[in-house]
Design a protein around this ligand. Structure first.
Ligand code: GUN
Ligand code: ZN
Length: 432
């Protein structure tokens, strides 16, 4: 039962006042050793010191998490919910992996009952891992998008999703056409976009599976609905890039296949973006597009090493994502660990504060939702999680040696999983 006076969560609180890639990390973070968060009517009403907040709100329902770290829920900026049941499939690289594992599984979403079962299973799994918002691809079946939006709506959960569009180079059962992709995407966005906490992303899968006509139709739909997001994949593997060159001989590069069809913009989300040319980097930066780093996917299917620090220092907007099920996890903790390891391979280790920022504010920012979610500040929607920094014996014994907040957090970022997620609140309601 939630109290009309609200719910007061007590514990360590962690919020961002600035971007830890831009200012020193300790200047970017507000941490209270004994803090409190007041949630009222699905919003964060106030954040402050525990004693003061208790005195100010004596009638609120109190939940004391002790040393638990209260922070914003994770935001996963790129995932494929239909790939839930085939995550961790062995031994293939991108194109073979799509043909061998992914497309056959996606064909099952022809059945609305199966789509609904997997949508709910996926949202159960992700919320138990502390993820409160995702941007997901659906399959090419419109009913797969309906199933996902219906499941999210029933949970009061903020999600972004779209029907995946493909009119070539995929099994016939998954193909739409330029016209049907336009018509079906339009009907879906009219039905779901901006309804409650739901947002629509126009979703051409990637240039190899769309004809120029389909990309142009998606570009036209985006121009007609500029407040929608647009999500796609960009420059993930080198043989994919060669294929795109062969399919689009007049394009200057991979990004240009999107740009020439009206699919480059500030509200565009470009998953992977690993093997970029200088021109692509410049155009992505100029347009303020969102790049989405998917580190467990990049290692799992052998794609390459994203240039996180270089791109961020260039002024690019970057979010973080699992890319389930090319990614090998539902957990943004595992994702942060992989991002850290890839940073190490480039000689640019990310700070714990930068990792947490990427998986909350950074991802919310590429989704243009940072005014609503991603931070533990008054006025934000009440999507809140609590981390247990001693969730396993291995993590606990390391955390016991820590002298600073960052040292205490880092073992959980590197070694934690759903056991580290002590509690999850979505829209002010407890789901874990
Ligand atoms: N490129 C096109 N489709 C996909 C997909 O489903 N997963 C990944 N990782 N890359 C893609
Ligand atoms: Zn993907």
């Amino acid at each position: 039962m939630t109290s009309p006076e609200g719910t007061l969560l007590l514990g360590q609180t962690l919020a961002f006042t600035d971007d830890p890639f831009v200012v020193p990390v300790d200047a970017a973070v507000q941490h209270a050793r004994r803090g409190a968060v007041l949630m009222q009517a699905g919003k964060i009403a106030a954040v402050g010191e525990a004693d003061k907040m208790r005195a100010l709100h004596p009638k609120a329902q109190v939940v004391d998490y002790g040393d638990g770290v209260i922070m914003a829920g994770f935001v996963d900026a790129h995932a494929h919910y239909p790939q839930t049941a085939m995550i961790a499939s062995w031994g293939k690289r991108l194109i073979d992996w799509l043909n061998t594992y992914t497309f056959p599984e996606e064909m099952r979403f022809d059945d609305p009952a199966y789509a609904s079962e997997i949508a709910n299973r996926y949202l159960d799994l992700t919320s138990s891992h502390g993820t409160t918002t995702v941007a997901s691809y659906c399959t090419s079946h419109p009913q797969s998008a309906d199933a996902f939006f219906e499941a999210a709506k029933a949970r009061g959960q903020r999600v972004v999703a779209g029907k995946t569009c493909m009119d070539q180079n995929a099994p016939a059962a998954l193909l739409d056409t330029a016209q049907s992709a336009y018509d079906d995407s339009k009907a879906l966005l009219q039905k779901w976009h901006g309804k409650g906490r739901l947002g629509y992303a126009i979703t051409p899968r990637f240039s190899p599976t769309s004809t120029p006509d389909q990309l142009a139709a998606m570009g036209a739909l985006w121009q007609e609905n500029p407040d929608c997001l647009m999500q796609t994949h960009l420059s993930e593997q080198t043989d994919e890039i060669e294929w795109v060159k062969a399919l689009y001989p007049s394009a200057r590069d991979y990004l240009d296949t999107y740009e020439m069809h009206g699919l480059l913009g500030e509200r565009g989300l470009y998953g992977h973006a690993i093997h970029l040319t200088d021109r692509e980097r410049a155009r992505l930066r100029e347009t303020g597009a969102g790049l989405v780093h998917c580190p467990t996917s990049n290692t799992f299917i052998g794609s390459g090493i994203f240039d996180m620090m270089g791109l961020v220092q260039d002024g690019q907007r970057v979010g973080l994502a699992t890319d389930t099920g090319g990614g090998s996890s539902f957990s943004m903790l595992r994702t942060m660990a992989a991002a850290y390891e890839l940073g190490q391979l480039r000689g640019t280790p990310l700070h714990a504060a930068q990792l947490i920022w990427l998986s909350t504010v950074g991802s919310a920012r590429v989704l243009h939702l940072d005014n609503k979610i991603g931070n533990l500040t008054a006025g934000q929607e009440a999507d809140v999680i609590v981390l247990d920094l001693a969730s396993t014996p291995a993590i606990a014994q390391r955390e016991a040696e820590a002298e600073t907040l960052w040292e205490a957090l880092f073992p959980t970022l590197m070694m934690g999983d759903d056991r580290a997620i002590a509690s999850v609140w979505i829209n002010g309601a407890q789901v874990r």
